[in-house]
Write a protein that binds this ligand. Structure first.
Ligand SMILES: *[C@@H]1O[C@H](CO)[C@@H](O)[C@H](O)[C@H]1NC(C)=O
Ligand SMILES: *[C@@H]1O[C@H](CO)[C@@H](O)[C@H](O)[C@H]1NC(C)=O
Ligand SMILES: *[C@@H]1O[C@H](CO)[C@@H](O)[C@H](O)[C@H]1NC(C)=O
Ligand SMILES: CC(=O)N[C@H]1CO[C@H](CO)[C@@H](O)[C@@H]1O
Length: 303
């Protein structure tokens, strides 16, 4: 009797949770044409361009390509980061690469206004607190030094990379395929460089916290998996053997599946992560007002 009762309660609770989460959980590709799918990536390219350019140089997209934002508001909260010369040079180059990606997307298929981006230390601090499940003290500041900035950067190109991997099988023309493949190539290179720089520092403490760089990456990856709700597609730089390449190594400089193939994410999964809300219908995080383009907007309309 008690058993049956708790089974019913469990059923009701499960029902309630699944209604809150939404009946459809998109771990499968969505239906959208090539234009909309490629344009979706512009959301992440804007985010990366602004974070990298402003972090390295203290000025953003509008200083290099004023028309690309199409009148969208400037990001809030970004600052020049206190980077060492090597990291500064690398991030500056990444920033220019994102300007190129934005140009390529808007000249080939057209763009949309830059969405409002929140690059404030408070927004990063909130995400990092969520990743750890407690409040870091003092609050995490992405602009404090190279290690902090690299950890903040760990958050971003990887999401672009898995997004491009997810987009490719669903594209219909050869032109689109070759274009997205070329964007993916550079995006994955950026992610690899960031992860390598972090791996070199893997066992260092991220001062002033008593937590290593490797633990930070594991927590951030864990948060992204949790927000996206589609299983393990994201791994830190040091992992148990069972997650390492061929089960033979704890190093995990590249995050990949058991056959060392890149993980893929759908647009809804990506929105769940970059909104920081676990819901593609509920903007927040880096995009306080939500993303641009037909795909992101279609979810906002249904919110
Ligand atoms: C792609 O779909 C959108 C609607 O989501 C439509 O406005 C646009 O015209 C379509 N583009 C092409 C090239 O079919
Ligand atoms: C830092 O953490 C380690 C274990 O992760 C612990 O042994 C050590 O006591 C901690 N140090 C401080 C100052 O809290
Ligand atoms: C690695 O271990 C997992 C289980 O943890 C297993 O599924 C997989 O086949 C193993 N891979 C190799 C190459 O042995
Ligand atoms: C445009 C396109 O190819 N859309 C397909 C993406 O993938 C889903 C699921 O496999 C299909 O239903 C769409 O038709």
């Amino acid at each position: 009797m008690a058993k049956a009762f708790s089974a019913i309660v469990l059923f009701l609770v499960t029902l309630e949770v699944s209604q809150v989460i939404g009946a459809v959980n998109y771990c499968r590709p969505i239906v959208a044409n090539d234009t909309d799918q490629i344009q979706f990536a512009l959301n992440l390219e804007f985010l990366e361009a602004e974070f990298f350019l402003r972090g390295a140089l203290g000025k953003g997209l509008d200083s290099f390509a004023p028309t690309f934002a199409r009148g969208g508001p400037p990001p809030v909260g970004a600052r020049k980061a206190n980077l060492d010369p090597l990291v500064g040079r690398i991030i500056e180059e990444f920033g220019y690469q994102e300007v190129g990606h934005i140009r390529a997307i808007i000249t080939r298929i057209g763009g949309f206004s830059r969405p409002l981006l929140d690059l404030s230390p408070q927004n990063f601090a909130k995400l990092f607190d969520e990743a750890f499940g407690f409040t870091l003290s003092p609050p995490f500041d992405p602009y404090l030094n190279s290690v902090h900035y690299l950890l903040a950067s760990y958050l971003i190109p990887y999401v672009g990379l898995v997004g491009y991997v997810g987009t490719i099988p669903n594209l219909s023309t050869k032109n689109s395929l070759s274009f997205v493949a070329s964007l993916l190539g550079v995006e994955s290179g950026q992610d690899a460089v960031i992860r390598t720089l972090l791996y070199e520092r893997g066992n260092q403490k991220v001062l002033p916290y008593n937590i290593t760089v490797a633990e930070f990456t594991n927590k951030i990856s864990g948060l992204r998996n949790k927000l996206a709700m589609c299983g393990n597609k994201d791994e830190g730089i040091e992992v148990p053997l069972a997650l390492g390449a061929e089960n033979r190594t704890n190093s995990n400089i590249l995050s990949a599946d058991p056959n060392s193939l890149s993980y893929a994410r759908t647009p809804p999964e990506i929105l769940k992560i970059v909104y920081g809300t676990g819901s593609e219908y509920k903007p927040g995080g880096f995009y306080p007002n939500g993303g641009g383009g037909n795909i992101a907007k279609s979810f906002l309309r249904k919110a």
